[in-house]
Design a protein around this ligand. Structure first.
Ligand SMILES: [Zn+2]
Length: 225
């Protein structure tokens, strides 16, 4: 146990050497600040990394991870991350990335009391209820599990689009664009679910419109906005 812990610091020393070997100013530039174009919201699963699977370098992607990549209006952590990314970093793209074989989604399909995990998993059970007809029609359990993973990504994209800060920024700048992806652990492939961002935005604004376009535009000259 002690040996593997020490390995991390050894890896860190090697990483520093490698980075400085490529660019002597690497850490000087890193310390100057960040302006990532992407916000990645993914699962905490140790196999579904963010930067590595996208081939991104430090500074290129703002990351939030939790169990089953959920965006919940009562979860201050994801809400604050999205607000900061949209309002201050002004990211161009928000990616919700699920992964096949997600343990959180599997647990939500299991009729069992998971204690403190129940309220978290209920968000996924709600996705099931919303799409029950489609899911129950899939007889193969593995295929039904895969489909719930995709539908969960889609619903979390919708939860992102429901947020006032996202709607406001889009009115002002025509970004961020929200994307739904799934990572396939068995092949390493990223699959774009091709969610129709503009169509979803238009539809949900019938109920969740938290902006008034005229009012937003009138504040456009405010440099803090
Ligand atoms: Zn997962």
């Amino acid at each position: 146990m002690g040996k593997s812990y020490e390995t991390i610091f050894e890896n860190n020393r090697k990483w520093i050497e490698e980075k400085l070997g490529q660019d002597a100013d690497f850490f000087k530039k890193l310390a100057e600040g960040q302006s990532p174009e992407y916000l990645y919201i993914g699962c905490s699963d140790s196999r579904a990394t963010a930067e590595e699977l996208m081939g991104m370098k430090p500074g290129e992607v703002f990351v939030h991870r939790n169990i089953a990549n959920l965006v919940n209006t009562l979860d201050m952590s994801s809400t604050a991350v999205i607000q900061y990314a949209v309002q201050h970093l002004k990211v161009k793209h928000i990616i919700v990335c699920g992964h096949y074989g997600c343990g959180g989604v599997k647990a939500a399909m299991t009729p069992q009391d998971f204690g403190l995990m129940n309220p978290w998993l209920r968000t996924i059970r709600d996705v099931y209820r919303l799409h029950q007809e489609e899911l129950d029609a899939i007889k193969d359990e593995q295929l039904r599990y895969d489909r719930l993973i995709e539908l969960n990504v889609q619903e979390q994209c919708i939860n992102v689009i429901k947020m006032a800060c996202v709607q406001e920024r889009y009115i002002l700048d025509q970004y961020p664009i929200v994307h739904g992806w799934v990572f396939d652990l068995k092949t390493g492939k990223l699959i774009d679910l091709n969610i129709d961002f503009e169509e979803i935005l238009k539809n949900i604004q019938k109920v969740y419109d938290l902006t008034n376009s005229d009012w937003v535009m009138s504040r456009k000259n405010n440099k803090n906005f």
